[in-house]
Design a protein around this ligand. Sequence first.
Ligand SMILES: [Zn+2]
Length: 248
Amino acid sequence: MQNENTPDTSPTAQPQRAGRRNRLIVLGAAALVALGLGGVAVATSGTDHPAPAAVSLDAQTRAEAASRADRSIRESSTPVTPSLSPTPSPSAVSASPTKTAAAKAKPKPKKTAKPTPAWVDPMPGAAVTSCYGQRWGTLHAGIDLALPSGTPIRAAAAGTVTQAGDASDGYGNSVFIDHGNGYLTHYAHQSRIAVTVGQAVKAGQVIGYEGATGDATGPHLHFEVHQGMWNQIDPAPFMRARGVDLGC
Ligand SMILES: [Zn+2]
């Protein structure tokens, strides 16, 4: 009976259940729809921003890249497509040579900076006994540098010896060095000369030794700078401009 009841009740309940089921189905469907929409919305909202955007960006970038590639290929295709597509590499190469050139240019000034002290003190440590200028009614056309006799005298700069000896003109044993830039230096009253005419000398090279030959009251080096032969100028500012302070 209970079995029958149950069937009895069941049929009545079944429609109810069916109705509930329908309702549930409807609700569930609605819920599913809602969830689905929501899910779609969420999915779309979630995926739209990242995924589609990324996809769209990828697509755009790819399209742009493709168009660029096409452009580059098209623009450069006429001459030589492959070689010109590496065109950026030549530019980089061209940039690297400029860097290397700059790097090379930097050491060059350093190398030139080394010869810049091409001018040196002809007798370092000497005391100045007379500067360039009027003295006793005449022009003292050089600077007198005093140290004990026999002190080495050095070429103020590289050049070629044009005169070496005693010309009986009051300078005693004297040496002229032509520096090839319009200037000559003159070293007078030497006790002994260590160079010969035509000899090439380097800056600082010993050309002779201090003495008192010629018209000299005592051992000293009479040092002159000629802007053109026998056009003596004041050695002090000339040498100072070249990094050598002779003390006048
Ligand atoms: Zn003098």
